[in-house]
Design a protein around this ligand. Structure first.
Ligand code: FAD
Length: 495
């Protein structure tokens, strides 16, 4: 008889965990509070428009493909994607428009010709990013930080001897000010801190690892949209025999003699040999594990930023806009001070516009575009979100009008909103944070919850635990977690 595993939550890490553990011979059941899988990686449709609701930037696609290969399938038969020729278009109000070509030589030329920044500075910055990735990713992305083996192997030794060059002792902004001469380039590279919800004026320069992923490894777009990641993995899990129970909000993790025994849903107990929690770790301890010892220090870590997103159906096309577009704030430092210190929204926010209909035409009616219009905002600390949202909407519209020389409001024919409160209601993410803990100090990586627990038989995956938020890291959290669990031998009580 197969051992039973229950997974709480079908976010991207919950789906990946179900696939990995089914491949290890377990009978896997997933209990999901929502009526659909994917958590933050969902979609909405309205008035002829389709919108991916959460993640829009896709890197390290091999992490998705690996799940198909592991299951004996040919990945392209189930999930296809393209590499973007231009990662992002950057706009400033003075009319500067930089295309971040994925070809790094071409990008360096573009920056040199438009800003006078030396070509070599760009190429050297990307080289530095690659250096950090080479020495830190084997430790911080692919291994548990909570196993002694991680710290005594050759990878650790290689990192120790290069500690001074890995960006731990200066902030991202300090490092970028040394790397570039033009303030617009400092701003562009500082933006990478937002990829895990952090503040470039606080986060260590180690996070300069992120441009390596986008430029050297590539930014991609799934041909059927971001939601295809969820759909294809959900389908794969079902084919492997994983059973999904939707609209089933788990109320409690049942623990006896320090061993996880099952879950309680609607007052009924479901037993399992192993449990994997994909619910946000903070809220899981507050609700499902409220009778258990709390990891107080980990629970108190500052959360990442959140977001305000307007899903707009726009009845016009803008040829200057691509899949990813950034309309930069005139004062980036002030914007981040507002988000992380003042816990409010700056009057001139950086606006991100993601338009999947550029690549996937049927995401919008003819001659229209689906705009996912997002600004970074503080996580929910009880602010008056009705007031902040209304002010931010006006500020965003004015910013778009000034930068793109248009009048956008009359062109909006469909509108939906996602704010920190709805992010928390829909996915149980603590304070509506997008990426779990922020990385605003050099110890942040060590203050994320491990992928295992002091409660026997209980494991953790997802953006709120090691190695952190974002699709690739969530997929890696499932991998690290699954590697801790032995192949199922088919007998009971072996664990
Ligand atoms: P989540 O998506 O958080 O899902 C958790 C699941 O658990 C949910 O389905 C929830 O309903 C379920 N659950 C919770 N409590 C219970 C319970 N008690 N019982 C049963 N089920 C429960 N990442 C990128 O890589 N690129 C991006 O461009 C990007 N942009 C983003 C933009 C936005 C607006 C947001 C919100 C996120 C973005 N992210 C991005 C981050 C990325 O979406 C997340 O890191 C990732 O999707 C989190 O996955 P997860 O597995 O932790 O689970």
């Amino acid at each position: 008889m197969k051992n039973q595993v229950i997974i709480i939550g079908s976010g991207i890490a919950g789906l990946a965990s179900s696939i990995r553990l089914a491949n290890k011979g377990y009978q896997v059941q997933v209990f999901e509070a929502n009526a659909y899988p994917g958590g933050k990686l969902a979609e909405i449709r309205q008035g002829g428009y389709r919108f991916d609701t959460g993640p829009s930037l896709f890197t390290l696609p091999e992490q998705v493909e690996e799940l198909f290969t592991l299951s004996g399938k040919n990945p392209p038969d189930h999930f296809s994607y393209i590499r973007l020729p231009v990662n992002c278009h950057y706009f400033w109000e003075d009319g500067t428009h930089i295309k971040a070509y994925s070809d790094t030589g071409k990008f360096a030329e573009e920056v040199a010709s438009k800003l006078g920044e030396k070509r070599e500075n760009i190429l050297q910055a990307l080289e530095n990013a690659s250096f950090i990735y080479k020495y830190l990713s084997p430790l911080f992305m692919h291994r548990s930080l909570h196993r002694i083996g991680t710290w005594v192997g050759s990878n650790a030794l290689k990192a120790y001897v290069r500690l001074g060059k890995l960006g731990l002792f200066q902030t991202m902004n300090e490092s970028n000010q040394k790397q570039f001469t033009h303030p617009k380039m400092v701003q562009l590279f500082n933006r990478y801190a937002t990829y895990n919800g952090s503040n470039p004026y606080q986060t260590p320069a180690t996070l300069n690892i992120i441009p390596h992923l986008e430029f050297n490894r590539g930014a991609y777009f799934p041909e059927k949209g971001m939601h295809a990641i969820t759909e294809s993995l959900y389908k794969l899990a079902c084919e492997l025999g994983v059973q999904f129970h939707f609209n089933q909000k788990v109320e409690k993790i049942v623990v006896e003699k320090n061993r996880a025994k099952g879950i309680q849903v609607n007052g009924k107990v479901h037993k399992a040999d192993l449990l994997v929690n994909n619910m946000d770790m903070v809220n899981a301890y507050k609700t499902l594990l409220k009778d258990q010892q709390q990891p107080t220090r980990l629970l108190q870590q500052p959360k990442s930023s959140s977001a305000l997103i307007f899903y707009w159906g726009i009845k016009k096309t803008f040829p200057e806009l691509d899949l990813h577009n950034i309309l930069f704030s005139e004062d980036y430092k002030e914007e981040f001070d507002h988000i992380f210190s003042k816990k409010t929204i700056y009057r001139d926010p950086t606006v991100y516009i993601n338009i999947t209909s550029v690549y996937k035409k049927d995401d919008a009616p003819a001659d229209c575009m689906n705009w996912f219009t997002m600004i970074n905002v503080p996580n929910n600390q009880g602010q008056d979100w009705t007031l902040l949202t209304s002010r931010a909407r006006s500020a965003i519209i004015e910013k778009i009008n000034r930068t793109l020389n248009t009048d956008i409001e009359p062109l909006i024919e469909v509108e939906e909103l996602l704010d920190p409160i709805t992010i928390e209601t829909k996915t149980a993410s603590a304070n509506g944070a997008l990426y779990g803990n922020s990385s605003n100090n050099r110890y942040a990586a060590f203050l994320r919850h491990a992928n295992h627990s002091r409660i026997k038989g209980l494991y953790f995956c997802g953006g709120s635990v090691h190695p952190g938020g974002g699709i690739p890291l969530c997929l890696l959290s499932a991998k690290i977690m699954a590697e801790m669990i032995p192949e199922n031998q088919g007998s009971t009580n072996t664990l």
